[in-house]
Write a protein that binds this ligand. Structure first.
Ligand SMILES: NC(=O)c1ccc[n+]([C@@H]2O[C@H](COP(=O)([O-])OP(=O)(O)OC[C@H]3O[C@@H](n4cnc5c(N)ncnc54)[C@H](O)[C@@H]3O)[C@@H](O)[C@H]2O)c1
Length: 357
């Protein structure tokens, strides 16, 4: 927004400093679910985000109002060209394979791609003198927690190749900081959910493994009965409890993390969650309320490796980054997810055509 100072403010005119444009930020995976919401928050905060994405699971249209580089992190020359051309202040690294089940079917894909792509990225950053990176990590690095809520100091003991790949990348970032002074913030997200309230971007994974979009698919008749995996956990209603964090809150945390780094602070790790968990049955009740539709439920066996409760201790992010969840009530999460989900198939059809162009 341009402020017109006008004649009557001439006394203060000399003191007026136009806002300094903030720098460019290269966002890998910016055409995906969380990345696309984060592009918008960087823009709102005055930065110039550039999306770097191979569109393997993302959508060109999710990033349509931003500079877009179609590139693959497997190819160091493509990364190098993008960094040299855009000269970003920092990199925000979302791009990754991110399906726990698939990481058991194809551990090579997770250990090889996730780790090598991150290495390619930091190595090219080193070569071109880019000094800051914000990394999408996960609560999957903790494994089965021995303490809930989980603080960042909890030991890392992932129980699947996906979580292990994130843990190893965190270790690589630590070593690149020590060796070359590349500062990082690693953000361990809990359960990302919800969508931009404007309904133009949102969650779409194939296959979809996350509870809320799966339930909404059942509501819309695109999937059969909703499955509840285990009703005999040591929780008040017997179903698993998870910490759902609105994707808009995640996006805002990336801006806070970037500003923390640009402010000259040391590398750090933060949990991103609310500190409150909801059970599967509580989420189902909210989906019924938000959509006004009842649907059939099927109680299935527990899935191996599902901890009873996964809830963040988010106090470090509050104290150090000044960030806390503002949009993550269960009703706001499900209402915005529903708003996106109802219209998404039309949007995605157009997007799929554009991705192929
Ligand atoms: N969704 C969650 O609940 C959750 C929880 C914890 C951590 N995370 C992490 O957050 C990040 C983003 O997750 P998401 O749900 O938005 O995933 P997503 O699949 O929607 O987005 C990933 C994006 O990265 C792009 N990409 C993948 N490989 C690439 C490559 N080699 N080169 C360039 N671009 C590539 C994809 O096209 C896509 O646009 C991931 O790192 C994921 O592990 C997600």
């Amino acid at each position: 927004m341009t402020r017109d100072l006008g004649q009557e403010q001439s006394a203060s005119r000399l003191e007026y400093q136009p806002p300094r444009p903030r720098g460019s930020i290269l966002v890998t995976g910016g055409a995906g679910y969380i990345g696309s919401h984060t592009l918008r928050e960087f823009e709102r905060a005055g930065y110039h985000p550039i999306c770097f994405d191979n569109l393997s699971t993302g959508f060109r249209k999710f990033a349509d109002r931003f500079v877009f580089v179609r590139g693959d992190l497997a190819d160091r020359a493509q990364i190098s060209r993008a960094l040299a051309a855009e000269n970003p202040q920092a990199v925000v690294h979302f791009a990754s394979h991110a399906l726990v089940g698939e990481s058991w079917e194809n551990p090579f894909k997770y250990y090889h791609d996730n780790i090598v792509h991150a290495l390619n990225l930091v190595e090219e950053m080193r070569g071109l003198g880019v000094r800051f990176i914000v990394f999408s990590s996960s609560c999957a690095t903790y494994g089965i927690p021995s303490q809930v809520p989980i603080p960042e100091s909890h030991p890392l003991d992932p129980i699947n190749p996906y979580g292990a790949s994130k843990m190893i990348i965190e270790r690589i970032l630590r070593d690149y900081d020590k060796a070359f002074g590349i500062r990082f913030v690693s953000l361990r997200y809990f359960n990302a959910a919800g969508a931009d309230p404007d309904g133009t971007i949102g969650e779409h994974h194939a296959p979809e493994t996350h509870l809320i979009p799966r339930l909404l698919d059942v509501v819309l008749g695109r999937a059969q009965a909703a499955q509840v995996f285990g009703k005999d956990y040591p929780t008040p209603d017997g179903t698993c409890i998870r910490d759902y964090i609105h994707v808009m809150d995640l996006a805002l945390a990336h801006v806070a993390a970037l500003e923390y780094l640009l402010g000259g602070n040391p590398s750090a790790v933060f949990n991103l969650g609310t500190g409150n968990g909801y059970s599967v049955l509580e989420v189902i009740r909210q989906v019924v309320t938000s959509t006004g539709k009842e649907f059939p439920l099927e109680i299935a066996q527990r899935r191996p490796g599902d901890p009873a409760v996964l809830v963040a201790d988010p106090s470090k992010a509050r104290t150090v980054l000044g960030w806390s969840a503002r949009h993550s009530s269960l009703s706001e999460i499900v209402d915005t997810a529903w708003n996106w989900h109802r219209g998404k198939h039309l949007v995605l059809k157009l997007q799929a055509q554009e991705n192929d162009e």
